[in-house]
Design a binder for this molecule. Structure first.
Ligand code: SIN
Length: 175
């Protein structure tokens, strides 16, 4: 394990935290975690949908053999005020070991995961239904379609062609 230091902590981003970086950080590295997989199973009342018509955003589910790639940021502790607010719709901090892929280090850190017990959780549905839901949703942060397309592009850039995300991208009906 390396340098989490008393003043900073690594945060692993696997969804919008990969491509929408609206916070300061001390270091950034492409990274991975073991034992988790992305799913568009979390409802979004405050970013890509509304309480009346929630959008769908990613959370993680346990998958023992899986490796999930993303981006890790080393942030000062003050940044958590912003991140906790941004992720407040059902996500909770979870401690995790992060592999920092460029430097080959391992670091303790946290990620935000939305479990099945939060009130905004929507859970699984057939992929065509998920894609149709995403295509019609939008909220204060923009369209749900853009959330999916930006994530799919970011994952291609990271070299992590996540089959769940790319299948939904392929199924998106035309705007
Ligand atoms: C994350 O990006 O790590 C959490 C989910 C999201 O905000 O999209």
């Amino acid at each position: 394990m390396s340098n989490t230091g008393p003043e900073s902590t690594w945060v692993f981003g696997y969804g919008s935290l990969i491509y929408k970086v609206d916070f300061p950080y001390l270091e950034r590295e492409i990274a991975s975690i073991e034992g988790w997989e992305r799913r568009f199973w979390q409802g979004s009342h405050d970013h890509r949908g509304t309480p009346e018509a929630p959008g769908r955003v990613v959370t993680l589910i346990r998958a023992p053999a899986a490796v999930c790639k993303g981006v890790a940021y080393r942030v000062e502790h003050a940044v958590f005020e912003h991140l906790d607010h941004r992720e407040k719709n059902g996500y909770e901090r979870h401690a995790i070991t992060i592999s920092l892929l460029s430097s080959g280090r391992q670091a303790g850190g946290i990620l935000y995961v939305a479990g099945a017990d939060n009130t905004a959780y929507l859970g699984p549905a057939p992929l065509p239904e998920l894609a149709a839901h995403i295509a019609r949703s939008q909220g204060p942060s923009g369209s749900n379609r853009d959330y999916l397309l930006l994530l799919a592009d970011a994952l291609r850039e990271l070299g992590d062609p996540d089959p769940h995300v790319l299948a939904l991208e392929a199924l998106l009906p035309d705007p």
